[in-house]
Design a binder for this molecule. Sequence first.
Ligand code: GCB
Length: 588
Amino acid sequence: QPANFVDHLHNPSYLDPYLSKPITHQSMIYDNGRDKESLNGFWNFGIDQYDTCLRAKWFEENYTDAEGRTNPMDFSFDEWEKIKVPSSWNTQQEKFFYYEGSAVYTRTFRYINNGEERVFIKFGAVNYDAKVFLNREYLGFHKGGSTPFFIEVTGRLKESNRILVVANNTRKREQVPNENTDWFNYGGVYRDVEIIRLPQTFIKDFVIQLVPGSEFSKISAAFAVDGPELQGEGNLTIPELGISLSIQALNGKGTAILDAQPELWSPENPKLYEVTLTYGEDSIREKIGFREIRVDGTDIVLNGKPIYLKGISTHEESVPNGKAISDEEIIENFNLAKQMNCNYMRLAHYPHTEKAAKLADEMGIMLWEEIPVYWAIEFDNEDTYQDAENQLTELIQRDRNRASVIIWSVGNENADTEARLKFMSSLAMKAKELDPTRLVSAACLLDHDNHVIDDRLAEYLDVIGANEYYGWYQTDFNNLITLFENSKPDKPVVITEFGADAKAGHRGTIDEKGTEDCQLDIYKKQVDVLGKIPYVKGTSPWILYDFRCPRRLHPTTQNYYNTKGLLSEDKSYTKPAFYVMQEFYSNK
Ligand code: GCB
């Protein structure tokens, strides 16, 4: 037996070395508007339920110790079966469907230096955590299943390279989300993996926005650079606005406020401008919209005009692809929302792909983006807080130049305890600190005993999100009317969820749960009440289409799907309640 046999195979602390290099928002780089190369494709893949890759250090490959003894050889990377990256492993083969745990992904790739001085690898997302190895070396560890991470690999690439990722989607009490959610726990490397080549000094961050309160006549731009050239000149151009400006960087940071009269972005006119920023040899070029969002009393105000958020909630899921949703599927969802006369969508309950916000920018859909502080996570655990704050920061840094994103949500349906108030108010303040130009909200849990909108977190929010299921979980529908009679919010309320299960095509009486008739009846009653409440400034019913869920075991009406969709899970069938929303929104 090799010397390290006992250590690697029986050491309960085998994970410790791989928790040593956390990859956080601090290592993010600004990657919009840049050339990237793809490491997508077919990777060798092995389910590694007992974490033997980490325990026995398979990533070291033919590792031999000083006495000539080798590690146990229980693997053969190149002979392993292949899996598509990006994908959710669950949808790739039937035998992977319910698997939760560690899985090893690896591939080789060629790299020739073309004169670039720095190189990064980007992972769009890996659920839930990822340990990354390159050429037998451990590079770092990222947790949080829905946000991107970047690893600098400058000087570590050769002509022929092996990258290896141990992805683990084990549900755990202390994670964000924890082990109990109302959606399917897909695993794997489900967003793009890319190589980014950059000069020695490059643009690490870039924020450009309309200045709130400037009467739509000022744009602020800020950038940060990384590298040796920290004093230098950035060049910002927006040709269509006649802007070409040099911005001096001091200690790696440059800011400017410029006069401009951009045509404002809105759902009706999703105007985007081509923006370029160059610094030394580095440059980025992307399309950006300018708009202002704020609240005024109980109004939500876009570009100076009160608006109603005509929305629908959606998960990031498709039947064939799990969480690895394609651009076509995102466009299909946005088009379905538009057919419903929506101007807005709630991307629940975790950050969806950044492509969604880019497409929403182009298609004119306002977005609510959320982090998975869902139900009863460990609010009194400091590590859990750090994980949540990091996910929030990664999301905001990723999407803060997207005009479509108007609301950051710090969570969903969390009982009002002291620990939760501290946790989520800190997140709300963090969101404001990182981005003072957008609204902060959360989908609050209402007081269903006293039928009143009453949540101490509301003080920290710009918009009160309210999930209510009157007619469904709260069986007496009339209590919805009581709830509004009892509530006097001084901020806009958005009904972030309401709804009812209905198996597609399943008919019955309005009193039979799980039928389209019951869902339709609840929707009619809901919009009738909601449409009359002056401070309700939007709705995003639950949900655009049915989604997989291991908690939903009713054999006739659910069969492992949450059937609150307004369409069937493959979107081929439209339930009658869809048309209730379509009509409600056409009159709003
Ligand atoms: C909720 C949750 C959502 C669930 C939904 C339901 O309140 O926010 O994630 O899927 O209810 O169907 O129970």
